[in-house]
Design a protein around this ligand. Structure first.
Ligand code: MSP
Length: 575
């Protein structure tokens, strides 16, 4: 078995290193998504079909991956790969290119570029953008095919069954049913996706999936995090228990020209899903000896079977480790309907990026999207959420504490321990100004990083964001309680004014660091405004209230950074 190799030498890492090198110098490992022994991590998004332009669901898969990757880097993963890319072979891409009257590669180049543009516009900090039409990928696919063939896992056979081009999937009689379509005609469709199927009968190569059940079950039993969340773990187990049939892994070349030919048999083309899944190995450097493996795969629920059944089977049959984890998310609907071109309710992600900014869109997707159940995309709710959370709660707090009227020196203010003592009993009660609620606030800010870390590691971004917002709302309550604008009018109150502003800024600093994976641009602006250096934004800097604890290294007296304008401009509802 090819072992996990710590050394990552791919050019892929260079981009991540460039972007994040400043903070890496200060990393200290903490328990995170990454491999604890080697401090490396490898996260992937699915690669996207180029038969159509991107929609909001595609962007969601990428944003989930990006936020997780950013958190890994903040937590200390020194070698962090995060890949995305495009899936360019197969019948449906071949047909889409024909319809567009373009040579397939030219068609792929154009659509692949659109995905890349969308991801760049939304700050998806991938370290590798892989395309299945690349030579390095062709080499990886050829290599694994030969391994499977030589190992006896692939044999020549006759395939008879249903094929769904929209899903690029082979289906058994149990997986299809009849529906009546427009005009009263009866059409066979996939029960799972509702996409039409065609009867296929041809000579091709089969993979011995029927033999993989015991190994798959062992993978699941020895690794409770093999498929997450538990709902999808259970579905995976059910797929296996229902019985697995051998899988066709090639198509006749005369039907499918746009794909990688079967090695030593040019009359056949490799099945697009086998081809596509290998992209993850391509990114890891396979088949060269020092490749990075295994990876954590982020996938939508429609492609769970391919990633949690086919993929570990191919890997184990080829003598490679199965995935470290398959993280499965649910889908987005639009105003409670499945997005579809015919209904005309497909949300264009680039249009929404322009309307709401990349941070705005990322925030909404991660605040509302959950792994376990479908989320509904709705522009009104998006605007309300952004205005409430990023405007009224976060932006407002920053404006309040940095306003020249209450902070004329524009510094991170001094904390006065006599007014807010760490141990209240040690100070005379006539001097102490802090109330019990203020102590509760400090305690909640100190607990926040661990809470958020746990939620981010579980890919439960909505829970992490709720915890951060709760903390920020409590801090707005703290400001209301102590009214710095009144304190600022009385020079004798300066020590207490500074102390309360210090507490607010510490909270903002901690929340700013924690929000970086979700709203990278806004978090950068916030931390710049607080005067927090780029090398002070990682896990180790989440220790808060040092002066309060009598420790050195607090931020007291530090000059604030430039205002850089309003943090989040509230959005007017679009009519
Ligand atoms: N090409 C395959 C994946 C191959 S990976 C080896 C594919 N591509 S896709 O473009 O159809 O979908 C890519 C991702 O987008 C999948 O994770 C899919 O679940 C996700 N989404 C597509 N529609 C979606 C929603 N409406 N909502 C959320 N995500 C959805 O499948």
């Amino acid at each position: 078995m090819l072992a996990l190799i710590c050394q990552m030498k791919t050019a892929a890492s260079a981009k991540c290193v460039q972007k994040l090198h400043k903070v890496w110098k200060h990393f200290q490992p903490v328990r995170c998504l990454s491999n604890m022994q080697t401090n490396e991590s490898f996260l992937t998004t699915p690669i996207f079909y180029v038969n159509a332009v991107p929609h909001i669901g595609h962007l969601y898969s990428a944003v989930v991956g990006d936020a997780a990757h950013r958190w890994q880097c903040i937590c200390g993963a020194k070698q962090a790969i995060f890949s995305t890319g495009t899936d360019e072979h197969g019948l449906k891409v071949q047909q889409a290119a024909e319809a567009a009257k373009l040579p397939p590669l030219q068609f792929c180049n154009e659509v692949s570029q659109k995905f890349k543009y969308l991801f760049d516009a939304n700050d998806i900090a991938y370290t590798d953008y892989v395309r299945t039409t690349e030579d390095r990928h062709n080499r990886a696919v050829n290599h694994i095919w030969k391994k499977l063939y030589d190992g006896g896992y692939i044999y020549q056979g006759e395939y008879e069954g249903w094929y769904s081009t929209a899903d690029e999937a082979f289906l058994s009689n149990q997986q299809v049913h009849d529906v009546t379509v427009d005009g009263g005609n009866v059409q066979k469709v996939s029960i799972e996706t509702g996409n039409p199927v065609e009867w296929t009968s041809e000579k091709n190569y089969m993979f011995r999936l029927s033999q993989m059940g015991p190994q798959l079950l062992e993978w699941l039993h020895t690794n409770p995090e093999a498929v997450r969340p538990s709902k999808f773990y259970a579905i995976t187990k059910k797929y296996i228990e229902e019985g697995l049939q051998d899988l066709s892994v090639s198509r006749q070349r005369e039907r499918l020209k746009w794909g990688i030919p079967v090695p030593d048999d040019p009359s056949q083309t490799i099945y697009v899903w086998l081809d596509a899944l290998v992209n993850y190995l391509t990114v890891g450097g396979y088949p060269d000896k020092q490749h990075v493996w295994p990876a954590i795969h982020i996938v939508g629920k429609d492609i769970l079977r391919f990633h949690a059944i086919y993929w570990p089977s191919f890997l184990m049959a080829a003598g490679l480790q199965p995935p470290a984890s398959v993280i499965c998310h649910s889908h987005w609907t639009m105003n409670n309907y499945k997005m579809s071109k015919s209904r005309g309710n497909v949300v264009d992600p680039l249009d929404r990026t322009h309307r709401y900014t990349s941070d705005g869109l990322r925030y909404f997707l991660l605040r509302e999207g959950t792994l376990h159940s479908d989320g509904d995309y709705n522009d009104d709710r998006l605007v309300n959420t952004l205005n409430a959370d990023l405007g009224d709660t976060l932006g407002n707090l920053l404006s309040r504490v940095t306003a020249k009227s209450i902070n004329p020196q524009q510094v991170f203010p001094q904390f006065h321990s006599d007014l807010f003592p760490w141990q209240p009993s040690s100070s005379s009660s006539t001097v102490v100004r802090a109330l019990q609620e203020d102590y509760d606030l400090i305690e909640s800010v100190q607990k926040l990083p661990d809470t958020v870390n746990m939620h981010y590691r579980n890919f439960e971004f909505h829970k992490a964001l709720e915890a951060i917002m709760t903390c920020l709302r409590s801090t707005n309550g703290f400001v209301n309680r102590h009214q710095p604008w009144t304190l600022a009018k009385n020079p004798h109150e300066k020590p207490w004014l500074d102390t309360t502003n210090h507490v607010t800024m510490e909270t903002l600093r901690v929340c700013g660091i924690l929000l970086q994976p979700v709203i990278p641009k806004m978090a950068d602006k916030l931390l710049n405004r607080l005067g927090i250096g780029e090398n002070e934004r990682t896990w180790v800097y989440l220790e808060s209230f040092k002066t309060y604890h009598g420790k050195a290294g607090g931020y007291d007296g530090r000059q604030l950074g430039n205002s850089g304008g309003i943090l989040f401009k509230k959005i007017k509802q679009i009519e």
